[in-house]
Design a protein. Structure first.
Length: 438
């Protein structure tokens, strides 16, 4: 496929109108009205540029300078994707291929009274009130990529955990782009509603097949009800020709517990937005991140912990290892609203730069409007500890081995937080391999 510069925005606008014409009566539904509003907002915003403060260090010009086949046909089979699956990872295995849910490849093992899985289109017919209450909470007013995803949301997933239920088997979502024949664009959309006193573990895994370019624009919305507990993991081990923009929007109610870990191992351009609205008292929020840009890769993590009610806490730790001519970005915001007294909020970002040509941009932010709080943030960027390296080498360990040991210890603070054993083992193997590369 030609890689000459094209107007991707015009392509998407034309595509939206074509799809709208085929809706017939569905065009008048409240679901489509939300999509239409998001489309109009995307049309007004356009793609962001470095002139936008939130995109100051992340230029999407290469991402949008190509044409993509969105939700194109594929020839992916179970045999095709088997080598890309995480070994020994079992549970409710769900597949998105080129942005569309594939029920034939997927396998749901949990009882229906414990876990309900359907497409968003199906959910708008069977549970319209629930969808209307929780869909579209991610910011489509200011974020063009979120607005774009919302405008095209249709065959995304709706996952519902009823009140008082514990989903014993994790929900594993593989988002796979089949770029073996052409450039592929995908816009997966997931909505998780976890009701009062319910519990679930969720993992999203992003990968691309083939050597053509792929663009993933993903949005996941998660509602954590009162006394509910959610573990959320995001794993990116994509191709060198992949572009990824992902937004995870979370709303947490009273005494809710939300636990997140985002690990970015590979990909040309990655932008992760994790936005948590702490809309309840006595909530506990944990946010972990680990990223490994190399070569000319670019990995950008934007996080928001928005404390809206009193007596809650958030803890955040992100770590990065940068090599080659790569670029890393971390922008972490903590908001403490006026009513959020007795908030405890802590944020830390630590980075090791192994190349003189690598660049790390960090911007921790605190905005506090309450006076009875405990909040802190900090960021460090540097090289390996020379004394620790000298100590290991004095014990007969080669320099590459010593560096690998130190870097693995640096990463372990985050990897140890992965509570699904198969995912933790997989990540340890990939990271060990990356750290031992020359």
């Amino acid at each position: 496929m030609s890689t000459e510069t094209i107007d991707l925005k015009s392509q998407l606008i034309s595509d939206f109108y074509d799809r709208e014409k085929a809706l017939n009566g569905e065009a008048q539904s409240s679901f489509h009205k939300t999509k239409r509003q998001a489309f109009e907002r995307f049309d007004a915003l356009g793609f962001p540029t470095p002139k936008h403060e939130e995109w100051k260090y992340s230029n999407v010009k290469n991402l949008i300078a190509r044409s993509y086949q969105f939700e194109g046909n594929h020839s992916v089979t179970a045999e095709t994707i088997a080598p890309y699956l995480i070994p020994n990872l079992t549970g409710n295995i769900l597949f998105f291929i080129n942005g569309t849910y594939d029920a034939d490849l997927s396998s749901i093992v949990s009882p229906k009274d414990e876990l309900s899985v359907m497409t968003l289109r199906e959910a708008t017919n069977t549970l319209p009130d629930v969808v209307a209450e929780h869909f579209g909470k991610a910011d489509s007013q200011n974020e063009a990529f979120t607005a774009l995803n919302t405008a095209f949301a249709a065959e995304g997933l709706f996952v519902h955990v009823p009140e008082g239920k514990t989903v014993e088997q994790p929900v594993i979502i593989y988002c796979i782009n089949d770029a073996r024949k052409e450039n592929i664009g995908a816009q997966p959309r997931n909505l998780f509603v976890v009701e009062k006193n319910a519990e679930v573990k969720v993992t999203e895994i992003f990968q691309t097949l083939g050597e053509s370019h792929s663009l993933t624009n993903a949005v996941t919305e998660i509602f954590v009800g009162e006394d509910a507990r959610v573990q959320y993991y995001k794993v990116q081990n994509d191709s060198q020709q992949s572009y990824h923009v992902g937004t995870t929007h979370v709303q947490v109610k009273d005494r809710g517990n939300f636990y997140a870990a985002t690990v970015s191992l590979n990909g040309s351009f990655i932008r992760n937005n994790l936005n948590i609205a702490i809309d309840g008292e006595f909530c506990e929020i944990f946010m972990y991140g680990l990223y490994f840009p190399d070569g000319k890769q670019h990995i950008d993590n934007h996080t928001v912990a928005d404390h809206q009610k009193p007596n809650s806490q958030s803890n955040e730790l992100y770590k990065g290892v940068l090599r080659g001519k790569s670029t890393g970005v971390f922008n972490g915001k903590i908001f403490v609203r006026e009513d959020a007294q007795k908030t405890n909020a802590f944020q830390s970002c630590k980075n090791v730069v192994l190349s003189r040509e690598a660049t790390m941009n960090t911007k921790p932010q605190l905005e506090i409007f309450a006076d009875d709080v405990k909040c802190s943030h900090g960021t460090t960027t540097g090289q390996l500890d020379d004394e620790a390296l000298f100590y290991l080498r004095s014990r007969g360990i080669s320099k590459p081995e010593a560096m690998s040991l130190l870097m693995f210890a640096f990463c372990e603070d985050v990897i140890s937080q992965i509570k699904i054993e198969a995912i933790g083992d997989y990540l340890e193997g990939i990271i060990t391999q990356k750290l031992t590369q020359a």
